[in-house]
Design a protein around this ligand. Structure first.
Ligand SMILES: O=C(O)c1cccc(C(=O)CC[C@H]2O[C@@H](n3cnc4c(=O)[nH]cnc43)[C@H](O)[C@@H]2O)c1
Length: 224
């Protein structure tokens, strides 16, 4: 049976909401919430919304930084998992993750639906892999190196996924993260950010969500 509950899309800021709404057109299968910048605000606003109404699941969408060689500007990154690399403790022996400390996990699962990815590839270049959820936008080579060390499948970094995913998990709901790349992760160079191409790709990513929904499917339930 098809679940008619809407899917909650959480973006950070109003321009991202407008880009997503443009792609969704008149689809009533999705609702878009501006959740703010950063994991804490995104988690709080997502949880508040999920407590008010029933949803099928949540998708975190927006712009992101792409790791060099993994996701060029204009590419859409689809998360297979998310990692919040800064949650933990420093020690003389190196960084101790929250997992190692025994207080929880820095890794959460994300749905990366093959059918949606296939549709997306018709419109844009797509990179699938881990998306980091960070407190600070990378601006130095040293931080780039640390964040690349999280594994070869790390494709992008953004600031809200872990918050939205944590709220979804509290409500037993599936989570996906779909991000268009506006800049390359590395030494801060704001002049090189390509917002126009990122917002255009974000609209295409939303258009493809509408298309799968029009086929009677959704990101979380497609089985064909
Ligand atoms: O540093 C600046 O001057 C600057 C200019 C415009 C935007 C920013 C942001 O920090 C945007 C953060 C916002 O966008 C996502 N995002 C986009 N690129 C990255 C990135 O390379 N690393 C982390 N987050 C990124 C993020 O999810 C926020 O919602 C800065």
């Amino acid at each position: 049976m098809v679940d008619r509950k809407p899917i909650l899309i959480v973006v950070s800021v109003e321009p991202e909401k407008q880009a997503v709404l443009q792609g969704l057109g008149n689809s009533s299968a999705y609702e878009v919430l501006v959740g703010g910048v950063g994991m804490a605000q995104a988690a709080a606003r997502t949880a508040r919304q999920l407590a008010q109404k029933h949803y099928q699941g949540t998708i975190n969408m927006g712009i992101a930084g792409g790791f060099p060689g993994k996701a060029a500007n204009g590419t859409v990154a689809v998360a297979t998992s998310i990692i919040a690399p800064e949650i933990g403790a420093e020690s003389p022996e190196g960084f101790l993750t929250i997992d190692a400390l025994g207080f929880g996990t820095q890794t959460l699962p994300a749905v990366a639906n093959d059918s949606y990815i296939g549709k997306l590839q018709e419109a844009v270049s797509v990179a699938t892999g881990t998306i980091l959820s960070v407190m600070t936008v990378t601006g130095t080579e040293a931080t780039l190196n640390v964040r690349q060390s999280y594994g070869k499948d790390v494709v992008a970094e953004a600031m809200e996924g872990f918050g939205v995913a944590s709220a979804a998990a509290e409500f037993g709901l599936p989570f996906a993260e779909v991000r268009s790349i506006s800049n390359q992760v590395g030494i801060r160079d704001k002049a090189s950010w390509e917002f126009a191409s990122a917002f255009s790709s974000l609209t295409k990513a939303a258009e493809k969500l509408k298309e799968v929904e029009q086929l009677g499917d959704c990101l979380f339930t497609m089985s064909k």
